[in-house]
Design a protein around this ligand. Structure first.
Ligand code: SIN
Length: 345
């Protein structure tokens, strides 16, 4: 049972003046440093520690009681299942503590949407978890790092963020981990949710306008505390003039499923269909997605999925469909439960 303290968090039975927020540093541009202030895109990533970053943000101490720890120090392009599991388990144990009201993860932006979605589906707590990055290193003119981090702490400390799952904060916006995607190599407004952000941070205060519609965290069927291994899943990116060589190369790679990032609404070139049928015959699940970045792929529309025993991603982008498929393949599953996972989450 918690007490709602205006401006702080839902905190334990002993009311504390400020929410307790733990920062976990993992590297990325938010921990980067360039040779000059105009190096907004060319710089060294993952060189500043989480303590260095926090030391440059004294204003954060007024928001919450903050402690910080360094879990990784790497570009997020290097994160795989081992990092997802280690990070998720660490956050899970922190969220069980009465003195922790929220967690902020500083993270590279390249795969921030994948990590956030993984946490959104596997953490068993209503406490806010905010994943935050930056498009410009702190050494650059008009770096977005300090304000993004400040805003992330504001959200993690806020009772308004409770029960909304894992959030990604960037550029004054609060996104649900389910929807957010990185959409630019360099712009500060790189993060987009196809249905819009959940809200904004305005003058140091979070303002929410909508809620995540699909189940997450305490309502999802996966718990980070019960997952120790994640299956390998491959993605094949379709293009004009496509042949079956990439799909065939994957058949012997040990993947348990293959996300086919198809053209348009999940169209599969005639030259590729037989290789995907072979994949399924060899026990590899085939998931039709779309490379367009928007809209859903409808089951049995562009291809006869029932006939081939294929699946569709609904509206999830291929790289996040991979995260969901990894989880859906843990534990008992069949074609129906796998398809339901895409239609549910
Ligand atoms: C990374 O994802 O680690 C590098 C890029 C970034 O943080 O923006």
């Amino acid at each position: 049972m918690g007490i709602l303290v205006p401006g702080a968090g839902v905190i334990g039975l002993t009311a504390r003046p400020k929410a307790g927020v733990v920062l976990i540093g993992t590297g990325g541009t938010i921990a980067g440093r360039g040779a000059s202030p105009v190096n907004t895109s060319a710089y060294d990533c993952s060189v500043l520690s989480i303590d260095d970053i926090l030391a440059d943000l004294p204003a954060a101490a007024s928001i919450a009681d903050i402690s910080a720890e360094q879990l990784f120090q790497s570009g997020s392009e290097n994160f795989g299942s081992a990092q997802l599991l280690q990070l998720g388990k660490r956050i899970s144990s922190l969220l069980k503590r009465d003195d922790v009201d929220g967690v902020v993860v500083t993270h590279g932006t390249d795969t921030i949407d994948e990590t956030a979605y993984f946490l959104h589906l596997t953490l068993k707590s209503a406490k806010p978890v905010v994943v935050v990055g930056a498009m410009r290193p702190p050494s650059a003119l008009s770096s977005d790092g300090p304000l993004n981090l400040y805003n992330a702490i504001v959200v993690a400390a806020s009772p308004l963020a409770h029960g909304k799952g894992t959030l990604v904060v960037a550029n004054d916006e609060i996104h649900t981990a389910r929807d957010v995607v990185k959409t630019s190599t360099f712009k500060q407004e790189a993060f987009r949710s196809p249905y819009g952000p959940l809200g904004y941070i305005v003058e140091g205060k979070p303002v929410f306008y909508r809620l995540p519609a699909r189940p997450h965290t305490v309502e999802s069927e996966w718990s980070i505390d019960e997952i120790d291994v994640l299956p390998e899943i491959g993605i094949v990116y379709a293009h004009g003039g496509m042949n079956d060589s990439m799909v065939r190369a994957m058949l012997d790679s040990g993947v348990k499923a293959l996300i086919y990032a198809a053209t348009g609404n999940g169209n599969v070139a005639t030259s590729v269909v037989a290789s995907l049928v072979d994949a399924r015959a060899r026990g590899i699940h085939v998931v039709r997605g779309s490379r367009t970045g928007g809209g859903m792929v409808i089951r049995n529309a562009a291809q006869p999925d029932d006939h081939y025993d294929w699946l569709v991603t609904d509206d999830q982008v291929p790289h996040k469909a991979r995260i969901l498929m990894m989880l859906a393949l843990t534990g008992e599953h069949n074609a129906r439960t796998l398809q339901n996972a895409f239609l549910t989450y």
